[in-house]
Ligand binder design. Structure first.
Ligand code: FMN
Length: 218
């Protein structure tokens, strides 16, 4: 694990930005296994390990996903799919990155669907349960974070996306996902275009109270 040794954990964790610009260059399967094996080390309630992965590499399937993702961005956020209709060319960095991801998602070597077993939250009474339960998000996100950290440690770019929720029914049908599971996140993975960099976050001191809400620890 050369890459990990080169980077202290605390540097790694503060340097794991959403990398939305990816090269189409192939990524060795050996690295993907390292990433997924890091994912499955995550904790889960009663160690149920309720995750499943679908690794999409087929061009046609990636295109299917990317087209619907772009449509979802358009209908939910009003981000035009037509590059000629995107307003001023000088848009803020994150917006430019989102457009890039939207236009090039099908070119990423892999799209990883992280699925989670569906499970009604405790607070939803049995008589109120209608349709399918949501995936147990809390049980899957530790696994997702391990995956993102492992990608960073190996020099792979990755970004967490959730817009597939807009076309969830089609997604379940296309990838033949049984009703017992739902897709929690989709992560395009590939070698990054451009550099990794520090994240911008509010400090823990500003987010923390001592003993009672509102009491500063200072
Ligand atoms: C629950 C959750 C949902 C997210 N959904 C999306 C998404 O649909 N599309 C996307 O591009 N990024 C998504 N992100 C990534 C965030 O936008 C990103 O982590 C945040 O803006 C901070 O940016 P940074 O990681 O580059 O510092 C999501 C992150 C989380 C934790």
């Amino acid at each position: 694990m050369e890459d990990l040794k080169a980077m202290d954990f605390f540097d790694l964790v503060s340097n794991m930005r959403a990398m939305r610009r990816l090269k189409p260059d192939p990524v060795p399967m050996e690295l993907i296994w390292k990433v997924l094996n890091a994912g499955v080390q995550a904790p889960s309630g009663q160690n149920t390990q309720p995750w499943k992965f679908i690794l999409i590499s087929e061009p046609e399937a990636k295109r299917w996903f990317a087209d619907r993702y772009a449509l979802a961005m358009e209908t939910r956020f009003g981000l035009s799919r037509d590059p000629g209709n995107r307003g001023p060319t000088r848009r803020r960095g994150q917006l430019r990155a989102l457009f890039h991801q939207m236009d090039h998602m099908h070119e990423a070597p892999y799209l990883l669907l992280v699925c989670g077993a569906r499970d009604w939250p405790f607070k939803v009474a049995e008589e109120d349960r209608v349709g399918l339960a949501p995936p147990n998000y809390g049980a899957i996100y530790p696994c997702v974070q391990n995956i993102l950290l492992a990608c960073r440690a190996l020099g792979l770019g990755a970004a967490l996306t959730t817009m597939h929720q807009v076309f969830e029914d089609d997604l379940q049908a296309y990838f033949q996902i049984p009703d017992e599971y739902g897709v929690v996140v989709t992560i395009p993975i590939g070698y990054p275009i451009g550099r990794f960099g520090s994240v911008t976050r509010i400090s823990a001191q500003e987010k923390t109270f001592l003993n009672r809400w509102g009491t500063s620890p200072q």
